[in-house]
Design a protein around this ligand. Structure first.
Ligand SMILES: Nc1ncnc2c1ncn2[C@@H]1O[C@H](COP(=O)(O)OP(=O)(O)O)[C@@H](O)[C@H]1O
Ligand SMILES: [Mg+2]
Length: 353
């Protein structure tokens, strides 16, 4: 799927914009604070109905405005679909988005904050794998939200003082749900990690130009178990500690990904350069599995992805993304790339460069 055109009204620093990008590689060039990332955000919003930068719709509308519009054409082999999304403040001050998109539309976003996936806390890797799983399996995010609600309620129960005498009986229904939905989440995360692994093994050496073995694995204290019963007994095992701490201590919210280069943990032992390249390669590794799952190619939104890579690696990255469908790549400096459409972004306007 690709974007034939996008029209904005009152979106961040774009008062109005009508922009017709290239179906392949688009370079968005301009100094800082001109609207490059805002435009990536708008393209992502057109495709998915959500911002990759914020969950607060109020931040998206142009300052002082009480609505914003993101409209455009989504094109795929089967035909073109016009999408119109409105972000609006209701009378009670809450913000809402409306508008129907396409179930097959996917955006894959890369920014340097993704470095945290490689060298940050486990939560960064869990968010990453949930994002991937959500693009592969559309029910994943709703299940994750449900799981978090259940864990929160279970934690409330564990914190009740004095402890209910029938605590075990009252925990039982929550345990069952944690176990069932938790194992579903783990299964999808494992499948997502396995798909990434296949692609990463190909892409990372192609980008680095070095024959290194790279591996990504899902890590859970449940080992290889696939049955909800395994999670349920894990909960029983940690019950007394849970009661002391008032926290659910087994389940996918405690899991992590292991990312290794030549058998050693990239988080601890990887050089800064290796970690950067891994972060980018992890995103690019999504492209093929997501294309297969959605039945159409995702749009790539790469924010300043070439900065801080050496020239040889840049060439390798460009070669890899040439195989993708539509790509938007921002850069503070002009880039000379054969076949790419170059656009100058300046103060909320976009013009052919
Ligand atoms: N809701 C908003 N309304 C108007 N301007 C905004 C809004 N949100 C951010 N901006 C402005 O957008 C500019 C940043 O745009 P951004 O796309 O992040 O820049 P860059 O080109 O560096 O990627 C800043 O000048 C910021 O003040
Ligand atoms: Mg930016």
């Amino acid at each position: 799927m690709l974007i034939g055109s996008i029209d904005l009204v009152g979106f961040r620093n774009y008062r109005t914009l009508s922009y017709t990008p290239s179906p392949r590689l688009n370079l968005l060039i301009g100094p800082n604070a001109q609207g490059k990332t805002n435009l990536l955000e708008a393209v992502g919003f057109l495709l998915t109905g959500r911002s990759f930068r914020t969950t607060h719709l109020a931040e998206i509308a142009c300052w002082g405005a009480d609505s914003a519009i993101v409209a455009g054409d989504l094109q795929r082999a089967e035909g073109t679909r016009t999408v119109r999304r409105t972000i609006r403040r209701a009378d009670d001050g809450t913000w809402h988005a409306s508008g129907e998109g396409s179930a097959a539309a996917r955006a894959i976003v890369f920014g340097w904050q993704d470095l945290a996936v490689v060298n940050g806390v486990p939560a960064a890797r869990r968010n990453f794998i949930d994002g991937v799983a959500g693009r592969l399996y559309p029910t994943h995010i709703a299940a994750l939200t449900r799981y978090r609600q259940i864990v929160a309620r279970r934690n409330t129960l564990l914190r009740t003082r004095p402890l209910p005498t029938d605590l075990a009986a009252r925990l039982a229904p929550w345990d069952e749900q944690v176990a069932t939905i938790g194992m579903e989440l783990i299964a999808r995360r494992r499948r997502a990690a396995a798909m990434l692994q296949t692609e990463l093994a190909r892409i990372y050496p192609a980008l680095s130009g070095e024959r290194q073995k790279v591996e990504i694995r899902y890590r859970t204290e449940l080992g290889e178990a696939t049955e909800p019963a395994a999670l349920q007994s894990a909960l029983e095992r940690v019950r007394s500690v849970e009661v002391r701490r008032g926290q659910t201590l087994a389940g996918p919210h405690r899991d992590d990904l292991v990312i290794e280069l030549d058998g050693v943990d990239a988080r601890v032992y990887g050089s800064r350069g290796q970690q950067r390249l891994l972060a980018l390669a992890l995103r690019l590794a999504e492209v093929l599995p997501v294309t297969e799952a959605a039945g159409t190619a995702p749009v790539l939104l790469l924010d300043d992805a070439l900065s801080e890579l050496d020239p040889r690696v840049r060439e390798n990255v460009l070669r890899d993304i040439a195989a993708a469908e539509q790509v938007f790549l921002t850069s503070p400096e002009p880039l000379a790339i054969a076949g790419a459409a170059a656009w100058r972004v300046h103060a909320g306007e976009v013009a052919a460069a």
